[in-house]
Design a protein around this ligand. Structure first.
Ligand code: KG4
Ligand code: ZN
Length: 346
């Protein structure tokens, strides 16, 4: 179990949020002025690694084991009791139904017991708003790139809750491309961090893997061709060679990064927007962060990257998104259902 502790600010009203959309169980407490004061994650990566991916039933059983201790731990970290919490929030989608039900049921139960509001949060809104956390607020208009295991999308943000989809992937998400290629070349799940690590020692120009820009002005993505290109390369190369393996990783990573960076810059130009944000698990990638920083500086764009510990799934971002909603009067009925395909834009 990993934990991140932030400075406490006792006495501030706050909100407790749970995240259980996939294989991480997480709880966090955020003050109503948007400061994260406690955040813990119980990771199941080691459990699912042996299956090469997330097994939904195993994930939900583990959420049940972790969720109550996590609530008690974040309350202790923040020097709060349940009575100090102004509202309870949980991710209600998108994600695995049986996993989503654990977090939402727990948050609803706490809401009923404490007679406080419940807030259902869209997991993608958690990622979307995460670059504005800590010192980077308030949430303001921008063009946002979200790159996670399940989604790759460009979104125009006008305000909290006012989102316009500019483009998304037609096939695999960027994280999925990392994970699938990693599996093909024998790396453990999840593949993104493994490819990131090995890329540091490889040559990104060793293999000319395809960059799918579709037509020049399109803000849509496609990563399935990259996967196929790697598959065709496999019989011709020796992955037992450390150099070949690191070169494949660096070349795959370079292909994904170039498309993400170029499409984000194109979207900002098309929208006439100077502020761009990047979030989601793939935004941890060191090569991507460096390329974005260099390119945005060159283009005169202001870049806000989600903090590395807030890129992959966590409840801090869910608490922060819930606070943004709560502060403009949004709460959810206790009957609110989970939705595995919940959309960020209507
Ligand atoms: O946002 P996230 O934790 O979960 C979803 O909402 O999907 O993203 C998980 C994805 C996985 O595909 C994982 O391989 C990828 O993020 N990822 C990375 C890195 N760390 C996590 N991809 C590339 N480089 C990384 N360092
Ligand atoms: Zn996520």
């Amino acid at each position: 179990m990993s934990s991140i502790q932030y400075p406490t600010s006792s006495g501030q009203p706050c909100l407790l949020a749970l995240e259980s959309s996939c294989d991480e169980t997480a709880a966090a407490i955020c003050t109503l002025d948007g400061r994260l004061i406690a955040s813990r994650i119980a990771s199941q990566i080691e459990i699912h690694r042996q299956y090469g991916g997330v097994v939904p039933e195993v994930a939900s059983r583990n959420h049940i084991l972790h969720v109550r201790p996590l609530v008690e731990q974040v309350l202790a970290d923040a020097y709060r009791t349940l009575a100090d919490i102004s509202a309870f929030a949980a991710t209600s989608g998108p994600g695995l139904v049986s996993s989503l039900l654990i977090g939402t049921s727990m948050a609803k139960a706490l809401s009923i017991a404490e007679n406080k509001p419940f807030i259902a949060v869209n997991h993608m809104e958690g990622h979307l708003l995460s670059p504005f956390m800590n010192e980077n607020g308030p949430v303001r208009p921008c063009v946002a790139l979200i790159v996670s295991g399940g989604h790759t999308m460009l979104v125009r943000v006008r305000n909290v809750g006012q989102y316009e989809l500019l483009g998304r992937t037609r096939d695999d998400a960027a994280g999925e491309a990392f994970d699938k290629v990693a599996k093909m070349i024998g790396l453990p799940y999840p593949g993104g961090p493994e490819i990131d690590k090995l890329s540091q020692r490889g040559d990104p120009t060793a293999f000319a893997f395809p960059r799918s820009f579709l037509d020049g002005r399109s803000l849509e993505f496609s990563f399935s061709g990259l996967k196929t290109a790697v598959l065709y390369e496999l019989p011709k190369i020796d992955l037992n060679s450390e150099q070949v393996l690191t070169d494949v990783c660096a070349s795959v990573q370079a292909a994904i990064i170039e498309v993400l960076v170029e499409k984000l810059v194109l979207a900002a130009k098309q929208c006439g927007e100077k502020l761009v944000t990047v979030s989601g698990g793939v935004s941890c990638n060191r090569g991507l962060r460096a390329a974005l920083t260099a390119r945005c500086a060159k283009e005169g764009l202001q870049l806000l990257l989600a903090q590395p510990d807030l890129c992959t799934d966590n409840a801090g971002m869910i608490a922060f998104a819930a606070v943004q909603r709560f502060n403009i009067g949004h709460t959810s009925p206790l009957e609110a259902d989970v939705d595995p395909n919940l959309s960020l834009v209507s």
